[in-house]
Design a protein around this ligand. Structure first.
Ligand code: ARG
Length: 265
């Protein structure tokens, strides 16, 4: 187990180019090649989803710095994916209330003053969650509560995911997109991702068996929202929107106790 993860870390850069080929789960955070966000979605407005955060990074390969998503859960706390935290703390900027990342103005921005990554991330399957502290709190902005019940992860539930990532040509680049991705259930992902590390108590399997709509590269760390709560965090998939390869989301309820401790301190 440990050896496998070390192997992955060494290969991470190379795997960017061949995301569908390797046993890389979760994949490293990576950003869209030019011209190529959420796949099969529609344009969304941060006015409707004020807790949506663009987690930009100055070392991103994206010209506009697009890197990952996150969710505002307290005035000074955002939840994102652990695998988005591979860069130095000073290179990140959290942006709230900006629909179009091609613009450098609008909304609120903050640097990050503290990073908590789930200590089991990379040592056990799942655990792809992190809590970041904002140096400049987004005071007065609506926050999203965490889902705390694992029963929410039920086949047929219809959560929505949001992001500024890769659209594979199905939408404008760097603009907030949203898409409904029905819960397919743990058994389905355990089966289609048998050679990967899908974990039922810790991950949510969501999307379409036939493909077409999905989260994608650059959406990682962003929210999967159900019933007005943060249900999941965009984590990994093999390719994007391909038949038989749905999206995998960190299951917030599985980690709610640890996340809440971090959010409150
Ligand atoms: N690992 C990707 C990222 O870093 C997210 C991939 C989600 N993939 C999917 N097919 N749903 O942005």
């Amino acid at each position: 187990m440990t050896g496998k993860f070390k192997f992955r870390a060494v290969l991470a850069a190379a795997v960017v180019a061949v995301a569908s080929a390797g046993a890389l789960a979760p994949a490293e955070a990576r950003t869209p090649p030019p011209g190529t966000n959420i796949v099969g979605g529609t344009t969304a407005s941060t006015a409707q989803v004020p807790w949506m955060i663009a987690l930009n990074n100055s070392r991103s390969s994206s010209p506009v710095g697009q890197y990952c998503g996150a969710t505002l859960v307290k005035a000074n706390k955002i939840v994102t994916a652990a695998h988005c935290m591979g860069q130095a703390m000073s290179t990140y900027t959290a942006i709230q209330g900006r629909d179009n990342l091609n613009s450098t103005t609008g909304g609120k921005t903050s640097k990050i003053s503290k990073i908590w990554k789930d200590p089991l991330y990379g040592r056990a399957a799942g655990h792809d969650v992190a809590v970041l502290t904002l140096a400049t709190p987004f005071t007065g902005v609506a926050t999203l509560p965490l889902e705390t019940s694992r029963a929410a992860d039920a086949v047929g539930a219809r959560p929505t995911t949001y992001g500024y990532g890769e659209t594979e040509g199905t939408g404008p680049a760097n603009r907030l997109q949203k898409v409904v991705v029905p819960v397919l259930g743990d058994a389905y992902c355990r089966s289609v991702y048998a050679s990967y590390d899908y974990v039922a108590n810790g991950e949510i399997c969501a999307g379409y068996k036939a493909g077409g709509k999905d989260s994608c590269q650059g959406d990682s760390g962003g929210p999967l929202v159900l019933n007005g709560r943060l249900f999941g965090v965009v984590s990994w998939g093999i390719g994007c929107a391909d038949a038989g390869n749905p999206g995998v989301y960190a299951e917030v309820a599985s980690y709610a106790a640890a996340l809440t401790t971090q959010i409150n301190n």
